[in-house]
Design a protein. Structure first.
Ligand SMILES: Cc1ncc(COP(=O)(O)O)c(C=O)c1O
Length: 369
């Protein structure tokens, strides 16, 4: 048996699109970059779009654009990929964690309210596993305290919050295109915003701090090389042409899983709030409280031995070794996150999985339980 954890959904159209770029001299900052950004402006409804070379660089640029710096605090979730918090450290700021909701697995707005201090500059809610964070109460807290919201939507392309596509309700948001994401560019990310000031900085700092008029060797501010090549953009454009098909096939696979998991008393899934429309990124189940972290780890090992790809999305960020070393975090600091992290199993998930493969995964897991 060999059922991988994830797999990109690539067709001949994507291969042709990449080859087409290779037959031109425009491999970077060319027409495919502009086209990819246009496609995203249309898809999300955002005014300004900046494609970059990863989700991490997208978040870093957004935090850089709001002039985050030493002494500032960034409120985010401990239950995410580490980049969500690391980007604060790149700018010398401090990530401050707010625990999650035990049902939705997203950051808990009530805990954010308690984490706000005079040093808070920005909230970075994460749309965990493709479900939008509950943005309205988060925006209320932000407005009341005069702090920004940068939404980490890296896992949520195609999701909707209160009917609107994620990405346009915060000050800025970003998506990522690593090959396990709904849409891939190989490596890549994109920033969407309606804020002209944020846009001006991110577009300049993506490209070494150049501005529109300064020429190739004119640098008006300190920047980075976070450019994405036109080869990657062409792949992204071809993927976006198939976005409905891609999201629908993932939804179908999610439905097959959901039916089987709902029949299994020892497992739970993430609760989807009625006003949130998830875009299926992964299939993560939570073992019930009778199981320990050791039990979960044993099950992961056994699944892998049987050829079923799986993972422990996410270990808590605050318990990553360098966070423990730098900030002295310990078990018990964010108990809701920890109880969940100890018991999650990410099962194989991508749009090309067959119903039979889903059955095999679920049957194997049930036997191991
Ligand atoms: C929630 C979240 N934030 C940020 C990132 C970083 O994206 P990238 O891997 O493209 O840098 C990821 C990607 O895995 C993610 O899942």
């Amino acid at each position: 048996m060999n059922i991988p954890l994830s797999r990109p959904d690539i067709t001949q159209a994507e291969r042709d699109a990449v080859i087409e770029v290779l037959n031109t001299p425009d491999l970077s900052l060319g027409p495919k970059l502009a086209e990819f950004e246009r496609v995203f402006a249309e898809f999300t409804g955002a005014k300004y779009v900046t494609a970059v070379n990863s989700g991490t660089s997208g978040l870093h640029l957004c935090l850089h654009a709001i002039s985050l710096g030493p002494g500032d605090e960034v409120i985010t979730t401990p239950f995410s990929f580490s980049a969500s918090a690391n980007c604060a450290l790149y700018e010398g700021a401090r990530p401050v964690f707010a625990d999650i909701d035990p049902e939705t697995w997203n950051i808990d707005p009530a805990k954010i309210a308690r984490a706000v201090t005079p040093k808070s500059r920005v909230i970075v809610p994460v749309d965990v596993f493709g479900q939008p964070a509950d943005l309205d109460p988060i925006l209320q807290i932000a407005n009341k305290n005069n702090i920004c919201v940068i939404e980490d939507s890296c896992e949520a392309l195609g999701a909707r919050y209160k009917g609107k596509p994620v990405g346009t309700q915060a000050d800025a948001a970003l998506f990522a295109f690593y090959p396990n994401k709904q849409v891939t560019t190989g490596e890549g990310g994109i920033i969407v915003t309606n804020d002209e000031n944020i846009y001006k900085i991110v577009v300049s700092c993506r490209n070494q701090g150049r501005d529109e008029h300064g020429g190739w060797l004119g640098h008006v501010r300190l920047g980075f090389n976070y450019r994405i090549s036109d080869i990657n953009c062409a792949l992204g454009i071809a993927q976006m042409k198939r976005i409905d098909e891609i999201l629908n096939s993932r939804r179908q696979v999610a439905e097959w899983y959901t039916r089987r998991i709902n029949d299994e008393k020892r497992l739970r899934m993430q609760k989807i709030l009625p006003h949130c429309q998830i875009s299926w990124f992964v299939m993560v189940v939570r073992l019930n409280d009778d199981y320990t972290r050791d039990d979960r780890d044993r099950i992961l090992k056994q699944l892998k031995e049987k050829g079923i790809g799986c993972s422990n999305y996410f270990p808590p960020i605050h318990l990553q070794p360098f966070y423990v070393e730098k900030f002295g975090y310990q078990r018990g600091d964010f108990p809701v996150c920890e109880a969940l992290s100890d018991r999650t199993i990410a099962l194989p998930f991508h749009g090309r999985l067959t119903e039979q493969e889903v059955n095999t995964v679920c049957k194997t897991l049930a036997d191991l339980l």
